[in-house]
Design a binder for this molecule. Structure first.
Ligand code: ADP
Length: 430
């Protein structure tokens, strides 16, 4: 029998008893009223007892009683016990998480809705210089560089920002924003000092070696030119050797020049001027045809007069590389089309040739340094394998992209795509 039935049975027995007593003394209604009052008082007392017990929290045991109330106490007690256990487990998990993130070598800062700092680990104290009192503060007030403020407001998970550590100028940090809940973000700062140092050493090495090679090459070339002039074609072997030596010295010179150009692109800041593309392209097309000693087979179409914000010298170099390639890797009687036009939100330069094209699997590789597709043919054509790496680098300095479409045997189309933020509508230099 359940406790509820037991309580009901008690009520029925009390009523029957009242009825029996009322047979002797009468006043059945009064007796019933007394039973109801006693019953209600008991319920009120038990409710009060439960309230006291719940208020006391987990400190006291549940009161002993009988009937339905005993069962209610028991079930609430069981729920409380399970809750207590779950809370303990959760506390342990949170503690473990805090300990592990605190021990991470990367600085981690949890940011709230308005970029206020809600939590940070030990590494953030050491590298970002955060203190306990900074909790609740807004991050932009702590690090005031415009780059950082823009990076934080954009919250682009794909972008990274390199900054000097506020606590130590010699440490370079790479920052990333990770979103983990609605309006909640993690700022992760990774120490990339070693990588940056290795990268700088590599650049310095290439830069130095290129500079050092320049002088001996110039001397060598000078002597070779003198010897070639002195050659009276008596010995075919000597003439051939001089020719080969001249060609290889020239090749090395191109290589050194391209390496220095790349190093320059990596280290110097680009100019921001309004560049008129129309005259620039006309000049490049003329020069390219002359340079390659080829008949003018370039068709130039200029469909827009919108200018580009950038560096004229760098853009000239990149466009020239692409146009010379188009001439170099296509038949001497085929047409190369150069087209400058506006398409939607972008300005595009298409350089299309009807040459040999590039095998599909080689397209992603040809912008890598020193990569030359079609190895056998490339043995014969002059080149350093650095041209497209220079183009790609120059375009990325102008927020532009290089798109390559090509079909083996049919030709290639190299597109330089400039975004809207690079458009320049003014007539004077910016
Ligand atoms: P290179 O000095 O060899 O021309 P680039 O970096 O300019 O170096 O080009 C890399 C390789 O990409 C070239 O060796 C060539 O195989 C391929 N390539 C570039 N442009 C074209 C083109 N228009 N048509 C076919 N192949 C091309």
């Amino acid at each position: 029998m359940t406790s509820l039935y037991r309580d009901l049975l008690l009520l029925i027995i009390s009523t029957i008893l009242a009825a029996i007593i009322s047979l002797f003394i009468g006043h059945f209604v009064y007796l019933l009223l007394i039973i109801c009052i006693v019953y209600s008082l008991r319920q009120a007392f038990l409710l009060h007892q439960m309230e006291q017990w719940l208020k006391a929290g987990e400190k006291s045991n549940y009161p002993t009683t009988y009937g339905a109330w005993a069962e209610i106490y028991y079930y609430i007690f069981r729920l409380k016990k399970a809750n207590k256990k779950r809370k303990k487990q959760l506390r342990q998990i949170i503690e473990q998480f805090r300990q592990s993130t605190a021990a991470l070598p990367d600085a981690i800062v949890a940011l709230g809705e308005h970029d206020q700092i809600s939590w940070f680990n030990n590494a953030a104290k050491n590298t970002l210089g955060l203190r306990k009192k900074d909790t609740g503060q807004s991050f932009p007030y702590l690090v005031r560089t415009p780059d950082f403020i823009e990076f934080l407001s954009n919250k682009d998970p794909a972008s990274v920002l390199s900054i000097k550590a506020p606590t130590n100028e010699r440490i370079t940090l790479q920052l990333k924003i990770v979103s983990y809940a609605k309006n909640a973000h993690l700022l992760v700062a990774h120490d990339v000092t070693l990588l940056k140092n290795i990268e700088r050493m590599r650049k310095d090495f290439v830069d130095n070696i290129s500079h050092e090679l320049r002088t001996p090459l110039t001397v060598l070339k000078g002597y070779l030119e003198t010897l070639t002039d002195m050659d009276d074609n008596h010995s075919a072997l000597l003439s051939h050797s001089l020719q080969q030596m001249n060609n290889q010295t020239l090749r090395m010179q191109y290589l050194v020049d391209d390496l220095l150009l790349l190093a320059n692109l990596e280290t110097t800041k680009t100019q921001h001027k309004c560049v008129e593309i129309d005259p620039l392209l006309k000049q490049v097309c003329q020069e390219s045809s002359a340079l390659e000693q080829l008949n003018s087979r370039i068709e130039l179409f200029i469909d827009t007069d919108i200018k580009i914000i950038g560096d004229a010298q760098e853009l000239r170099g990149a466009f020239s590389n692409l146009i010379v390639n188009a001439l170099k890797y296509s038949a001497e009687d085929s047409i190369v089309t150069v087209q400058w036009y506006l398409s939607g939100e972008n300005l595009i330069l298409d350089i299309t040739d009807r040459g040999e094209g590039i095998p599909e699997h080689e397209i992603p590789k040809i912008t890598e340094r020193f990569y030359r597709a079609n190895a056998q043919r490339n043995h014969e054509t002059r080149g350093t394998g650095l041209g497209l790496a220079i183009v790609k680098h120059t375009l990325s300095r102008h927020d532009a992209q290089l798109q390559i479409r090509s079909q083996s045997g049919k030709g290639s189309c190299f597109s330089c795509i400039f975004p809207k933020q690079r458009f320049c509508y003014s007539f004077s230099d910016k």
